[in-house]
Design a protein around this ligand. Sequence first.
Ligand SMILES: NC(=O)c1ccc[n+]([C@@H]2O[C@H](COP(=O)([O-])OP(=O)(O)OC[C@H]3O[C@@H](n4cnc5c(N)ncnc54)[C@H](O)[C@@H]3O)[C@@H](O)[C@H]2O)c1
Length: 348
Amino acid sequence: MAAMRKIASIPFLEGESAVLHVSEEEILPSGEFVTVTDKNIVEFFAPADSNRMLKMPPGETAKAWTSVEKILNFALSLSLGRDGMMLGFGGGVVCDVTAFAASIYMRGCRLVLVPTTLLSMVDAAIGGKTGINFGGSKNILGTFYPANEVRICPKLLRTLPDWEYKSGLAEVIKHAMLEPKKYGLLDILLSRREAILSRDSRILNRIIPAAAKIKADIVSADLREQGRRAYLNLGHTFGHALEGATNFIRWSHGEAVAWGIKKALDLGERMGITNPDWAKFSRRLFSEYGFDDVNLEVESSKLKEAMIHDKKKQGGELRFILMRDAGEVTVEKVNQFDLDSVLEIRNG
Ligand SMILES: NC(=O)c1ccc[n+]([C@@H]2O[C@H](COP(=O)([O-])OP(=O)(O)OC[C@H]3O[C@@H](n4cnc5c(N)ncnc54)[C@H](O)[C@@H]3O)[C@@H](O)[C@H]2O)c1
């Protein structure tokens, strides 16, 4: 790799590190690689050497087996060797699908990710989970395959639509709730709201590495999600149900997760598990970043069905990730009555 100006280096999993860059010009690695990206990103950034670049259609539909086949065929057609490199240059979709293809190409080739959305900088590109959607289920095929390097350049976010930026902010808030004392992230969220919402580059240079580090710390202690890594799914049982019930179009992932975390706080409070002061504080934090209570435009009973279906598919009981207090997480069995109550389903 070429020498680069780094303003922070975040080593975490063995052989994997995330590097925060100051310059867009230096964001691509040197050497022989094939780039996977999407059509929107090429419009803004046009990575070098278009002969070695595969453009996917933007959006979740590209997280499919057909994309993996295309990437593998493309790499073979360019005679990419096992010591060659795949470069995923894009949001979470590009990162997930490129990483999956890299993990199976010649039993695993080198992988560098350059995330271009806030969500992928602090979440999808970090921690080695790869995946595609298959048979109608999200992320049902995948591997654990950490990138050799994740190259982060916050300046790439200036072209990101507001809806996508806000989606990433929900994950940043979630990371701050899970680790409120680490890297000053919660304090920055509380004190620099305007600068964060206006994407001030000095603030982005602080919140992105902090949020990415929090994820890296959690994952490095539990790569294969035997324990603590599952806490990163706070609010996701509710959130996935909302996304699924609205065909992944109406609500962004971040909006669905923010709503889901608020529901998890309601549930925890109702069950006497969550400290009401923490619940109130967290709800207000989401609301300050524009995640207000909204009409979901979906029946609560449908959401409940989706959640139960999801849990059954995972072979599990109705267990939810709940918070006791700031930074304190627990996994609890939940009864139907409490769930109905927070979803405002009236029985009888
Ligand atoms: N592997 C993991 O641990 C993990 C964690 C969280 C989410 N994910 C996955 O990430 C995916 C969502 O990722 P996402 O939110 O980044 O969505 P995305 O990759 O679909 O990107 C969102 C949109 O923004 C466009 N875009 C990307 N960067 C841009 C830029 N800099 N300027 C302008 N437009 C840009 C894309 O073309 C796309 O249309 C989901 O599939 C989710 O399952 C994976």
